[in-house]
Each structure stands twice: as structure tokens, then as C-alpha cells.
Design a protein around this ligand. Structure first.
Ligand code: NAD
Length: 306
């Protein structure tokens, strides 16, 4: 099981700058043929500039790698299909899809403009759906695929002013979990990276310069290149990656409380037990995975007494 990517074809969306560029450069260095997708928009998703993708293709070729540019938007069904078609046309297959393209339209929810909300979903959430849907059947048919979504702490923890972005990023995790189940038998593995990196998205957040200096996007890409490789056997995992630090993020259900299952508990019972319902202390591993506590309790009920 190799970490190298010779013979593999990778598509990286939004690869004309920031994290996508770093991922594309590393995947090419690992031996993959790369489709560098980017329509070259501003950070809020306006305008187009083909030079962004072209520059990264030049960088990859100058380093001896193989790459082609694609300028379609991830935010439409036709765009997603055209991006995957670019890989099939140029290189005859698609093995790796890194869903990375993104925009920001930050506003508190009280002030948000719903068109902005939808635009953020169009790129992050629907972009992930459209590109992955186009790549999915070719991956299932060839019995190999690696799909990587890009989520954010704004989704997994919430962040003021990012209701649109955070919910789109969290939506991708719901998509990831089911695709991980549906793809597993065909060796199509689906994971997510939650990055922290210096880019135009993070440059004006008041992060100190010495800290920004450690947040090179290239420090995130090794996680993506690993998830893109044959050597990776995990699916449905969220990997955090920033400044050389890597971790796994997962949701847990607490041990919880079991009332009589034959009738509804009273509101008072729930209120009285609230501390135990919500406490994480004393947890044992669930037979059904870390978030399978409800299934654990149901399984206990089905077992004969004693
Ligand atoms: P970036 O703005 O430098 O890169 C995003 C790229 O996506 C741009 O080059 C842009 O032109 C492209 N893009 C935008 N809309 C597109 C569309 N419709 N079709 C194709 N390409 C499009 O920002 P970045 O920080 O490199 O962000 C990359 C991804 O990582 C995004 O999904 C972002 O939400 C996510 N992310 C970044 C951070 C961070 O710390 N930088 C943290 C969490 C998540």
C-alpha cells in the first residue's frame, strides 16, 4: 500500500491559491496527474480570472509534474460535471477528488442577506455535492476512489458571523458520513480535513504575524496527500491540520440515561436527569462507534434480562 500517487489522477477544486494550490503541488509531487480547478474569483465569489489556475499548472509543470487547468465553477451541476470530465478527458480517469473551493460572505445572522447565505451554500455545500456526484460512479466502477472534503472549525464549533459558512461546512460532514458508508465496499473512501492556514481568508483576522508565519497552507497538505493515497484505509474521519499539528475530530454521544421505554418520560424526569444526560464522564466505548450511544441503549433493551 503506497503513499505515492503515480498512475493516479487527482482533481483539486479552488486550487489556484491558498490551500488548494498547496494540495495540488503536493499531490503532483507525490506523482499524481492533477486537474487544477479554479475560476479565480474574489474571496466573496465575484469575478473570474483564469490566471489563478494557469499559474499553478505552470508551477507543477516547472517542477516536472503533470497538470491541466480547469476554470469551471463548482457551484453548478454542469460545472461539477465539466470539472470531472476534464480529468477523464485529459488523463482517462479520476482517483482523487479534493473538494476545496470556497468563498466567504461573513455577516451576523441578524444582518445576513439570504442571497449571500445561498451563495455560500452554492460553492461549499452544493459544490461538494456536484463535484462528488460527478466523480462518484466512475470511482465506484473502477473500485477505487479517495474523496476529501474541506470543513471548518466554523462548522464544528461555530463562529460569530459565519452561520452561512459554518452550516455549509457542517453539511459536508453529514454528506461525508453517508458517502463513507456507501463507498466503503468499493474502496471509495471519504474523509474531511479541517484546516488552519494563512490565506486571504485568514489574513485580516488579527492573527499575530509570528503565528501566521507557521500557518503555511503547505503544512496542511500532507494530511490531504495521505488521505488521497492507497495507504489510507480510514473512511469518515475528520482530520484537523494546522501549523504542523494534526488530530482527529469526532462527535460523541454521552452515556446518557435510560427511562422506561414503554411510555414517554415526564418533562420532570428529563429535567431531573439533565446533568447525567449531558455529562461525558464515565463513558465507555460504544459498540456502534463513538456516536452510537442510542444504538447501545436500544441493543441493551433487546437483550434478554440477566
Ligand atoms: P482561498 O480564497 O485562498 O482559496 C479558495 C479558492 O477557491 C480561490 O482560489 C477561489 O478562486 C476558488 N473558488 C471560489 N469559488 C469557486 C468556484 N465556484 N469554483 C471554483 N473555484 C472557486 O482560501 P483558502 O483559505 O485557501 O480556502 C480553501 C478552503 O479551505 C475553503 O473551502 C475554505 O473554506 C477552507 N478553510 C480554510 C481555512 C483557513 O484557515 N484558510 C480554515 C478552514 C477552512
Amino acid at each position: 500500500m503506497t503513499l505515492r500517487l503515480e498512475g493516479r489522477v487527482a482533481v483539486v477544486t479552488g486550487a489556484g491559491a491558498g490551500l488548494g494550490r498547496a494540495h495540488a503541488l503536493l499531490l503532483a509531487k507525490q506523482g499524481a496527474k492533477v486537474v487544477v480547478n479554479d475560476l479565480g474569483s474574489t474571496m466573496d465569489g465575484k469575478g473570474e480570472n483564469m490566471a489563478a489556475a494557469d499559474r499553478v499548472v505552470d508551477e507543477i509543470r516547472d517542477a516536472g509534474g503533470e497538470a491541466v487547468a480547469n476554470y469551471d465553477s463548482v457551484a453548478t451541476k454542469e460545472g461539477g460535471e465539466a470539472i470531472v470530465a476534464a480529468a477523464l478527458h485529459a488523463f482517462g480517469r479520476i482517483d482523487v477528488l479534493v473538494n476545496n473551493a470556497g468563498i466567504l460572505r461573513d455577516k451576523s445572522f441578524a444582518k445576513t442577506n439570504l442571497d449571500d447565505f445561498r451563495a455560500v451554500f452554492d460553492v461549499h455545500y452544493w459544490g461538494g455535492v456536484f463535484c462528488t456526484r460527478a466523480a462518484w460512479n466512475p470511482m465506484l466502477e473502477q473500485g477505487y476512489g479517495r474523496v476529501i472534503f474541506t470543513t471548518s472549525v466554523a462548522g464544528t464549533s461555530g463562529n460569530f458571523g459565519q452561520a452561512n459558512y459554518g452550516s455549509a461546512k457542517e453539511g459536508l460532514l453529514g454528506l461525508m458520513r453517508t458517502l463513507a458508508i456507501e463507498g466503503a465496499k468499493k474502496n471509495v473512501l471519504v474523509n474531511a480535513v479541517s484546516p488552519g492556514a494563512r490565506s486571504r481568508m485568514t489574513e485580516n483576522l488579527g492573527i499575530p504575524e509570528d503565528y501566521l508565519a507557521m500557518l503555511d497552507p503547505a503544512h496542511v497538505s500532507p494530511a490531504v496527500a495521505y488521505l488521497a493515497s492507497e495507504a489510507c484505509a480510514d473512511t469518515g474521519v475528520i482530520v484537523t491540520a494546522a501549523a504542523g499539528g494534526f488530530g482527529r475530530l469526532h462527535y460523541f454521544e454521552s452515556q446518557g440515561v435510560q427511562f422506561d421505554p414503554h411510555g414517554p418520560a415526564s418533562v420532570e424526569q428529563v429535567a431531573d436527569a439533565w446533568g447525567r444526560i449531558t455529562a461525558f464522564e464515565g463513558m465507555k466505548p460504544s459498540e456502534f462507534g463513538a456516536s452510537g450511544r442510542t444504538q447501545d441503549r436500544l441493543a441493551t433493551l433487546k437483550r434478554p434480562a440477566g
